[in-house]
Write a protein that binds this ligand. Structure first.
Ligand code: COA
Length: 197
């Protein structure tokens, strides 16, 4: 369904459709295992609110959200986006959610993180991509470190989930760090053609 916007090795990234909301909201963000370390999932899903947020997102020049699909069968497995894009400072926040849990731990998060960095730096001409991650979210931390994100600092007791407070780690990648990291990515030689002359 839909032409891929960015083609990876095991996944493609395509535009997010309104019809996708049913899947991603009700199957994923009401699943407490998926949202265990996220800001999402604190309140029950509501299709009307999600559609309003979707309409705002697609009409905003500060947000790009893409659907992650399995290249083999076109199954929608998650979403990834660049948010709060600041076109003056050329910064954006990266967020990712793989909602289909059978896809966790198979390198998909790493692949998508790297594709989104290439998209942000080489298509959108960003100079910095940053993110916030709950410190206890080891899979996410590993994914970002592996892709070349650097630690910026730690926010104490920033998130309350699961009956306790968690620290949040702020990480970022600068354009020059991307240029250095990408040649070490297994993925890079396979996707580079989409991003450079
Ligand atoms: C976090 C998330 C994006 C990671 O994606 P993924 O496809 O599962 O991660 P990968 O398979 O690419 O793993 C990357 C590295 O992290 C490690 N890792 C993955 N899950 C792990 C876990 N639960 N504990 C410790 N390490 C883990 C992997 O071993 C791998 O390192 P390696 O290559 O050295 O073996 C995904 O699990 C997810 O979307 N989770 C739910 C939502 C979420 O937490 N989003 C992130 C918010 S900041």
């Amino acid at each position: 369904m839909g032409r891929p916007f960015i083609t990876g090795v095991r996944t493609n990234l395509r535009g997010l459709y309104k019809e996708d909301l049913q899947t991603h909201m009700f199957d994923w963000t009401d699943d407490h295992e998926v949202t265990r370390y996220l800001f999402r999932g604190l309140f029950p899903n509501n299709l009307e609110q999600a559609e309003t947020a979707y309409d705002q997102m697609i009409n905003s020049e500060k947000e790009v959200e893409l659907a992650i699909v399995d290249k083999d069968n076109d199954r929608l497995i998650g979403i990834a986006g660049l948010h709060s894009i600041n076109w003056i400072a050329r910064t954006a926040e990266f967020r990712i959610l793989i909602g289909e849990k059978d896809y966790w731990g198979k390198g998909i998060g790493t692949e998508v993180t790297q594709m989104m960095c290439a998209y942000g730096f080489l298509k959108l001409n960003l100079s910095k991509i940053w993110l916030g991650v709950t410190k206890a979210n080891e899979g996410a931390l590993q994914t970002y470190v592996k892709s070349g994100f650097a630690f910026e600092g730690e926010l104490r007791n920033e998130v309350y989930r699961n009956g306790k407070y968690y620290n949040v780690v702020r990480m970022s990648m600068l354009r020059e760090e991307f240029e250095q990291s990408k040649s070490g990515w297994q993925l890079w030689s396979k996707i580079a053609g989409q991003f450079q002359a």
